[in-house]
Design a protein around this ligand. Structure first.
Ligand SMILES: Cc1cc2nc3c(=O)[nH]c(=O)nc-3n(C[C@H](O)[C@H](O)[C@H](O)COP(=O)(O)OP(=O)(O)OC[C@H]3O[C@@H](n4cnc5c(N)ncnc54)[C@H](O)[C@@H]3O)c2cc1C
Length: 320
């Protein structure tokens, strides 16, 4: 099916009854970018988004070309406004609660009772953090405590910083954060599980390692001030980085369709986000754990084009 405005009007204007080309679940940069390219390819698209972006907690987003420093919802708002130009794309502020595959079509059910039937499916539902249980952490996360240095470290360069983390990836993370500030302390919040060699490397770079468990983080209006350890010792710091934010998939609907989770907790994909279920693509953080805004948008663009090619091929051969 190519551009078919009538498809939307079938059933007295209720798009639920129409066979759509693509349903996109998730309206972050990944899903929005896919919707844009598919709209421009004259595809009928329903984009279902419940509106809880992963980075909603931050004040500003960084590193998105032409939009460095934009507020998280500002990016989405601009994308949504520009989408209005494409009449075959419809946005639904709704949550997808079930997907069923029937032969060569997908039926998506939403919490508002919509039933959307489509030939193809893009899942761009992202991740949500499940922060470690450290008192005060949720007050500072996204304001003066972060996980991605490329998103937020520039604002705190040369400031007294702390890393909370432990294990295999700790040293590599410390090396990266050290690039923004050499006034750095690593807290493992319990016995360090790194090797003696790794501890020596931190020492050689004058990065203190504190293994004492943390009692709480003290902040004022989201601005980290100090870390209080269980021994009552205090460590004054301006900002911090968290190695593992405990991010989990926002939805397990892809698993229901038969798309497995990898060991890293991402949905397994191949080129352009294609999955082992024909006609279903997974993009953005749901597939990579951290794509960043620009990476997710880029994956949406690629998946949109790949899916359009699939639809073109199917229609071309079925009309022979
Ligand atoms: C604190 C923090 C700060 C960050 N800062 C930056 C930054 O400065 N620059 C940068 O490049 N990256 C930043 N990121 C990373 C960035 O937010 C993600 O990489 C990016 O948002 C991934 O895009 P996405 O489209 O895959 O998912 P998301 O942007 O998370 O969008 C997914 C959408 O799907 C919706 N959804 C989920 N399940 C359903 C469902 N069942 N039905 C309907 N809708 C659903 C969600 O509500 C959400 O709106 C930050 C992340 C965090 C945690």
């Amino acid at each position: 099916m190519n551009v078919d405005e009538k498809a939307f009007e079938k059933g007295g204007g209720n798009m639920s009854d129409a066979m759509l080309d693509v349903v996109i679940i998730g309206g972050g940069p990944g899903g929005l970018s896919a919707a844009l390219v598919l709209g421009r390819a004259r595809r009928t698209v329903a984009l279902v988004d419940e509106g809880h972006p992963r980075n909603a907690i931050t004040k500003r987003s960084h590193g998105f070309l032409t939009r460095d420093g934009a507020k998280p919802f500002e990016l989405r708002q601009i994308a949504r406004e520009q989408m209005e130009k494409y009449p075959t794309v419809r946005l639904h502020e709704d949550e997808a609660i079930d997907i069923v595959q029937e032969q060569n079509r997908f039926i998506t059910k939403t919490s508002k009772g919509q039933i959307l039937t489509s030939r193809k499916l893009i899942i761009a539902t992202g991740l949500q953090e499940e922060l470690p249980d450290i008192k005060g952490l949720s007050d500072v996360y996204g304001k003066s405590f972060f996980s991605c240095p490329y998103c937020d470290a520039w604002e705190f360069q040369d400031q007294p910083l702390v890393i909370i983390g432990n294990g295999r990836k700790l040293l590599a993370y410390a090396r990266i954060i050290h690039n923004w500030s050499s006034d750095l302390v690593v807290c493992t919040n319990g016995a360090a599980t790194i090797s003696t060699e790794e501890k020596n490397e931190l020492r050689r770079h004058s990065i203190p390692l504190v293994e004492t468990p943390i009692r709480e983080l003290i902040a004022h209006e989201g601005q980290l001030q100090k870390i209080v350890f269980q021994t009552e010792q205090l460590l004054e710091r301006k900002a911090g980085f968290l190695l593992d934010t405990g991010a989990k998939q926002s939805t397990f609907l892809p698993e229901k369709l038969g798309i497995p989770l990898t060991e890293k907790g991402s949905f397994a994909t191949q080129n352009h986000g294609k999955t082992e279920v024909d006609g279903v693509y997974v993009i953005g953080d749901a597939a990579k754990r951290f794509t960043g805004l620009m990476g997710a948008a880029s994956e949406g663009y690629e998946a949109g084009i790949a899916l359009n090619h699939e639809l073109v091929e199917e229609d071309w051969h079925s009309s022979e």
